[in-house]
Design a protein around this ligand. Structure first.
Ligand code: PEP
Ligand code: MN
Length: 636
């Protein structure tokens, strides 16, 4: 039965009701919905609902008409959203689980993980214990396979799902598995359901080969009644008289389950059809029917697969499928599940891409974008002061991140905001692609632009002026007074290098004093920027942990909030309650989620050291995605 509680019920009354029901032999679950809080009471006992209605704090009692109680929509009106690591399943999203049928070798699962991850899958699958129709077929690598699967999941930051076939495997599996899968052949293995339910971990429950929807929901009820709240149903096709396909994928089960249950349902068109060529259209059909996710078998070399090769997609096919799902999802008000940092190919540190052999002894290597003499180089010099430095000029901002990630440089210095022209979005976006790189410092420098040319050049003879577009824009008024062509160039210091190379007295550059002296040029006119309050903020980035809170007073975070009323206000409230002074809040479009935004915020930290543990935990709860980009000492 469902016991609807009064909105203002006191905690002691709620406890009384729970105790009363448990004494009678019920299992009680509290469900906090948007509209109301209810208690679900299930068990093989009967009481007169009127005796429950008389308990203090009870608004009403409704019997659950279905045989499955905890799984039923009657008990819980809102969709259940299951969180595994940084992935969510359920609600307005399509989460994609992908990987090979079986883990065959370390190389195979790594290659599969890389492919599915880059295409946008969020959970890695792979069987280590395979229930095969023939006792002579490959049965999986057992614990060795689990180890490889977990290593691949860790490398690509994806939770892993794998099938459990016997309660006796729980002890081996526990340390490797994020999501247990109960296979179609075991859907009604009740001892297995009970044992897995008791683990309290997320479970993917496949529909049995010939299970009716109600039997499937009853199997889910076993899991829920034994301790887990996190059951994901998986439609994977049923046996029918049709033999063209391996199974008949029951797409109609998707809207039916949505009506009957609050649990998320994902769809497996790989087993559902058994035919590689039919996976793509059926996956799209499932999305159109409202599936909360897909489970797709992908193999780096399907023709060599030890199991289910004929239904496994090639990585390129999976990539194409992901793009189509992304385009289709908004039609049914869903979007593909993508944790924040996964908007694009993510660059992670691995032992293979560590290069430190060329390190210059005793000097800190600092990468920046641009040519020698760039403002970034100046900012780096000012930040690191007396320390011996070796600068690493880099072609692009991305190259700076790469240099830091691979260990070629100890630090990077990147411009993030100009006081006149605003944020340099490209640099912010790069943090999402480099989750191992954090902000460790900040420096602000005043930008003083100069007109620079060959020694002895005459300002009245200058015909062309080169600079970065921002440099040209910031000196607009000065340039208006000259009869010159303005030529945008990739970099301010680079434009000095060009003037030196061309060796012509008819061209000039706009750049800082350092660039002029580096290239042996002369300053024709100093301080030509229109607005003298021209400052640029730089972040110092590194591949390291966040420092101890005592030495820092500022943080930069990036977060997204659920698409519902008041969600940004909740974030601001947490900041306020924790005494955090928000210095800046800026929204950026989320790549891959049209018209959705993430927020970058700079926060002044209070003189307390519990921000990391307390404040951040609270922020994570109210945000959909949250990342601390860095805590550092505010730079001047
Ligand atoms: C699997 O997912 O590899 C599998 C064996 O699935 P099912 O239990 O649906 O046959
Ligand atoms: Mn399979």
């Amino acid at each position: 039965m469902i016991i609807i509680l009064n909105r203002d019920i006191k905690a002691e009354h709620k406890l009384n009701i729970t105790n009363w029901l448990e004494d009678k032999g019920f299992k009680v679950k509290e469900i906090v919905g948007e509209e109301e809080t209810v208690l679900g009471a299930v068990g093989a006992v009967a009481v007169d609902p009127r005796s429950v209605e008389l308990l203090e704090g009870v608004k009403s009692v409704i019997p659950i008409s279905k045989p499955y109680k905890l799984a039923s929509r009657e008990l819980k009106k809102e969709d259940t959203v299951i969180t595994v690591g940084n992935v969510k399943i359920g609600g307005p999203r399509v989460a994609v689980v992908a990987g090979p049928c079986a883990v065959e070798s370390k190389e195979q699962i790594m290659a599969a993980a890389e492919a599915v991850y880059n295409a946008g899958a969020v959970i890695l699958r792979g069987g280590a214990f395979k229930p095969r129709t023939s006792p002579y077929a490959f049965q999986g690598h057992g614990e060795k396979g689990l180890k490889w699967l977990k290593a691949a999941g860790e490398k690509y930051d994806m939770p892993v799902a794998t099938e459990i076939v016997s309660p006796s495997h729980i002890d081996i599996m526990r340390e490797y598995v994020d999501i247990y899968q109960i296979g179609a052949r075991n859907m009604q293995n009740f001892e297995l359901l009970k044992a897995v339910g008791e683990l309290g971990k997320p479970v993917i429950l496949k529909r049995g080969l010939s299970a009716k929807i109600e039997e499937w929901l009853m199997a889910a009820e076993y899991l829920l009644a034994h301790g887990t709240d996190n059951v994901i149903l998986c439609e994977r096709g049923i046996r029918t008289f049709e033999s063209y396909t391996r199974n008949t994928l029951d797409i109609s089960a998707i809207p039916i389950i949505k009506k009957l249950s609050h649990l998320p349902i994902i769809t497996d068109p790989s087993h559902g059809t058994g035919l590689r060529g039919k996976v793509h259209p059926m996956a799209l059909a499932a999305v159109a029917a409202g599936t909360d996710g897909l489970m797709i078998e992908v193999h780096p070399k399907p023709e060599e697969a030890l199991s289910d090769g004929p239904q496994s997609l090639y990585p390129e096919q999976f990539d194409k499928l992901m793009k189509d799902i992304e385009a289709l999802s908004p039609v049914i008000s869903k979007e593909i599940e993508r944790p924040l940092r996964q908007g694009f190919a993510v660059h992670r540190l691995s032992t293979e891409n560590m290069t430190r052999a060329d390190k210059t002894e005793g000097k800190l290597r600092v990468a920046y974008q641009g040519e020698p003499g760039a403002y970034s180089e100046n900012a780096a010099g000012r930040h690191f002061g007396e320390q011996p430095l070796e600068f690493v000029p880099s072609k692009s901002f991305e190259a700076v991140f790469d240099s830091v990630l691979t260990g070629s440089s100890d630090y990077g210095v990147i411009p993030v905001e100009n006081a006149l022209t605003g944020s340099i979005h490209e640099c912010f976006d790069l943090f999402l692609r480099y989750p191992d790189i954090n902000i460790v410092g900040e420096k602000q420098i005043r930008i003083r632009h100069n007109l620079i040319a060959l020694p002895g050049a005459d300002i009245s003879k200058i015909k062309k002026v080169y600079s970065h577009p921002q440099g040209l824009m910031q000196c607009e008024r000065f340039l208006d007074g000259l009869d010159v062509e303005r030529i945008p160039y990739y970099d301010t210091a680079g434009s000095c290098s060009l003037v030196a190379q061309k060796n012509s007295s008819e061209i000039a550059a706009i750049a800082g004093v350092h660039a002029a002296s580096y290239y042996g040029l002369e300053i024709l006119k100093e301080g030509i920027e229109t607005n003298p309050s021209n400052f640029t903020r730089f972040f110092i980035i590194a591949r390291c942990e966040h420092p101890e809170p005592e030495q820092v007073d500022k943080a930069t975070v990036v977060f997204s909030v659920p698409d519902k009323k008041g969600s940004l206000v909740s974030v601001l409230q947490v900041m306020n309650e924790n005494g955090l002074n928000m210095k800046k809040l800026e929204s950026r479009p989320i790549h891959g989620k049209p018209w959705e935004y993430m927020f970058y915020s700079d926060i002044e930290l209070p003189a307390r050291d519990d921000f990391l543990s307390e404040g951040i935990n609270q922020l994570k709860k109210v945000c959909e995605d949250f990342r601390l980009l860095g805590i550092y000492k505010a730079g001047i």
